[in-house]
Design a protein around this ligand. Structure first.
Ligand SMILES: *Cc1c(COP(=O)(O)O)cnc(C)c1O
Length: 380
């Protein structure tokens, strides 16, 4: 293949990441903890400009794991989880021998349906006599879930919410930043996210005690004494000073990265929305502001003369352009085959008809045109 490959979403470095890394080298602060970690946490706290506290961790997955531990979830407890998500949202439930209960999405946002959430809570209570111990909604591809509705149901039953904002740094719901909308929230800085630390994550809460405890557990639960003292099970989950250096540089360019991803979304919509049978995941109204980490579509083959999302993916692949199906819902995964599911087939519909388009902020206008042209041609 001679055409340059176009990726779905890859790292997009700014100009100061190397400076912060060098500083770490000069001071020989390489490993976990260190000044860059403290400063990166401060950068994040400033970004959220509410009174939140942040602990930087080595992944979004470990952030979800710690969030569940901090809420006291353990053996046999049920945890409600969005069905339409990446498996990393649900795996930590299994780490704790707890039981995932999957709840379908609503078409409006592609995120957790408040109606099925309520149904699931009621049905589980009738069946087991117990309420689920936590609810994990997700902002799929950066699009905020309808958090007021979800939090209202959660409050009715007094169940805490873990907000999976892994892909939604910079997104907003009713002008409030995603990452501040749950009892505990988590972020990911994996390589494909809107900004990266070469692998990393964060746990966020307005409750300072929770974040202090998260930092303790993430550092092998080693107490602050001059000898080794451990009172709880610990984890090796802290971010390294080198990774935090990359994060510091990335925080400087975050506003540009959000703007660029939103521009990319605008461009695709301008070119493709007029085509019959092509539907975009989009902000339902002004309450929702997506960082459009990923531009995603569904394709209605009854209206495209039989052309499917899969046909588009194959056509793009022939041109050395990476695209990817939407998430295969959790209730369809073998690893979760024993878990209850409440819904109406929305997540399955999205999986069967959907596609993620190349959305990285690194894409040039020319590359975007190349992608859009292939899609247009395929749908002719
Ligand atoms: C990326 C992602 C995660 C996991 O984050 P890692 O940093 O890769 O562990 C969890 N949930 C969602 C929705 C994600 O997109």
């Amino acid at each position: 293949m001679n055409k340059k490959q176009i990726h779905l979403s890859i790292a997009d470095m700014g100009t100061s990441e190397e400076y912060f890394i060098q500083k770490a080298f000069i001071t020989n602060w390489i490993t976990t903890g260190g000044p860059n970690v403290d400063d990166f946490e401060e950068d994040l706290e400033e970004f959220f400009d509410e009174s939140v506290h942040v602990a930087a961790l080595n992944s979004g997955t470990s952030a979800i794991h710690l969030a569940l531990i901090l809420l006291g979830i353990g053996n046999g407890d049920e945890v409600i989880c969005q069905d339409f998500t990446f498996a990393a949202t649900a795996f930590p439930i299994l780490y704790l021998n707890a039981k995932p209960v999957f709840v379908d999405s609503e078409m409006k946002t592609w995120n957790m349906s408040p109606i099925y959430l309520k149904k699931a809570i009621e049905k589980r209570f009738n069946k087991t006599g117990k309420l689920p111990k936590a609810i994990i909604p997700v902002h799929a591809y950066g699009m905020p879930a309808d958090m007021d509705e979800i939090n209202a149901v959660a409050n009715d039953y007094n169940i805490p919410v873990i907000e999976d904002a892994a892909a939604a740094l910079g997104s907003m719901y009713k002008r409030k930043k995603c990452g501040t909308l749950g009892n505990i929230s988590i972020l990911s800085f994996n390589g494909n996210k809107i900004i990266t630390t070469a692998g990393g994550g964060a746990i966020i809460s307005k409750d300072e005690r929770i974040i202090k405890q998260a930092k303790l557990l993430a550092s092998q639960a080693r107490e602050n004494t001059n000898f080794y003292s451990h009172q709880q099970t610990g984890y090796n989950y802290r971010l390294s000073n080198i990774c935090a250096a990359i994060g510091r540089g990335q925080m400087i360019v975050l506003p540009e990265r959000i703007e660029r991803r939103r521009k990319i979304n605008q461009y695709y919509r301008k070119r493709l929305e007029i085509i019959e049978g092509v539907n975009f995941q989009k902000e339902p109204n002004r309450k929702f502001y997506s960082n459009y980490w990923m531009t995603t579509i569904t394709v209605d083959q009854r209206k495209t003369g039989g052309v499917t999302a899969n046909d588009i993916q194959l056509a793009l692949e022939k041109e050395n352009i990476e695209s990817r199906p939407l998430w295969n819902p959790m209730h369809r995964q073998i690893v979760f085959s024993n878990s209850p599911f409440y819904g109406d087939g929305t997540s399955e519909h999205l999986f069967k008809n959907g596609l993620c388009l190349p959305s990285g902020s690194i894409l040039t206008d020319k590359e975007l045109r190349r992608v859009a042209n292939v899609i247009k041609r395929t749908l002719k």
